[in-house]
Design a protein around this ligand. Structure first.
Ligand code: SF4
Ligand code: SF4
Length: 200
């Protein structure tokens, strides 16, 4: 009866003269471990805009917005929907386009605040015939590297390679798609038409 009280008083006295075990968060932010699974960040130089991270995200936290007029693809990641599962990092085709950071704090009063979103923008290649999206330019170059010499059999890869070194303006298609359009940068549907519907 009496002994437990002595033990509690002893512990209370000891705690008065020992440092606190708890952290002083948020006055002193806690530094997460390097391996902590925090919010994902895009790395523009390494991302090719393929959209795989959008496909594999289990919470649909990432949205693709294609602006065909400006020729730009924007990937927008909403941190309020992100569960920090790491699927986007694991399945990224370049292995370096998106990585989980060790940042974990998201405290905002406005859900439209810029810090709620992580974005990356990539240039789009659009079909010179119908204006539909083919892929991001960096994605085409990434695939070209993987294919090696075989890539030069495909005009889209050739044209993107030229664009790496010089300005190549998109050519306009005449009244209808023709055999000559085979060597233009066109989508698979229009490329098919150049072969099937050509009246040469
Ligand atoms: S960490 Fe998971 S939930 Fe968050 S964006 Fe990546 S795939 Fe989606
Ligand atoms: S390269 Fe990686 S980060 Fe970029 S869109 Fe593709 S999967 Fe996402």
């Amino acid at each position: 009866m009496f002994l437990p009280k002595i033990r509690e008083i002893t512990e209370a006295l000891r705690s008065l003269f020992t440092p606190a075990f708890t952290t002083k968060y948020p006055l002193k932010p806690y530094i997460a471990h390097d391996e902590y699974r925090g919010f994902p960040k895009y790395y523009e130089e390494e991302c090719v805009g393929c959209g795989t991270c959008v496909q594999v995200c289990p919470t649909s936290a990432i949205e693709i917005i294609d602006d065909k007029q400006k020729g730009v693809r924007k990937l927008v990641l909403d941190y309020t929907s992100c569960s920090q599962c790491g699927q986007c990092e694991e399945k990224c085709i370049t292995d370096k386009g998106i990585k989980l950071s060790s940042e974990y704090v998201l405290s905002v009063t406005d859900l439209k605040a810029p810090e709620v979103y992580e974005t990356v923008e990539k240039d789009l290649a659009v079909c010179e015939a119908c204006g539909d999206v083919i892929a991001c330019r960096d994605h085409l170059l990434f695939v070209k590297e993987r294919l090696g010499a075989k890539a030069y059999a495909h005009p889209n890869f050739l044209i993107e390679t030229q664009r790496q070194f010089a300005e190549v303006k998109p050519s306009s298609i005449k009244d209808k798609i023709r055999r000559e359009d085979l060597i233009k940068e066109v989508c698979p549907v229009c490329r098919h038409k150049t072969v099937v519907n050509d009246e040469f």
